[in-house]
Design a protein around this ligand. Structure first.
Ligand code: MG
Length: 164
């Protein structure tokens, strides 16, 4: 069996009146994220990790933020499209480990819904998806609440011995 590792990282700046969407879940907060799409920084990091694992570039190449089609785009659809591209390359997601880096809001009440939304969106078991969150102890741009970051790593496995 062939395996591939992918890594994704994304940052968005606070300052929008859009609803805050993280990992496909609407999280109540006083401010939203600036973005051309729906600003789902978690799904963007995961999408980049999937594309990275199969050497298909990055989210910006597939869904340019200069393209009006992706204005307020549903990031779950971009994720699903990228998973389909990975599948075309012969790989499916084995597991994803996601770390949200934010000073606020509190993520703990939403973690299970986020895992569920991603698992459902990708058609994988919830046990394949881990979501965790940390603050930066008020340090740096995250600590000053200027923005939010997300890291993601994925493992992809070949669908069959011959698919490489
Ligand atoms: Mg992004």
């Amino acid at each position: 069996m062939s395996i591939r590792i992918g890594h994704g990282y994304d940052v968005h700046k606070w300052g929008s009146d859009k609803p805050l969407r993280l990992a496909g879940v609407e999280v109540p907060h006083t401010i939203g994220l600036l973005a051309h799409s729906d600003g789902d920084v978690v799904l963007h990091a995961l999408t980049d990790a999937l594309l990275g694992a199969v050497a298909l570039g990055d989210i910006g190449q597939h869904f340019p933020d200069t393209d009006p089609r992706y204005r307020n785009a549903d990031s779950m659809q971009m994720l699903q499209h990228s998973a389909a591209l990975a599948q075309d390359e012969g790989y499916q997601l084995s597991n994803a480990d996601i770390t949200i880096v934010a000073q606020a809001p509190k993520m703990a009440p939403h973690i299970e819904s986020m895992r569920q939304a991603i698992a459902q969106g990708l058609g994988v078991s919830i046990s394949a998806i881990n979501v965790k969150a940390t603050t930066t102890e008020k340090l740096g741009f995250v600590g000053r609440e200027e923005g939010i970051a997300c890291h993601c790593v994925v493992l992809m496995a070949s669908l069959s011995e011959s698919a490489q």
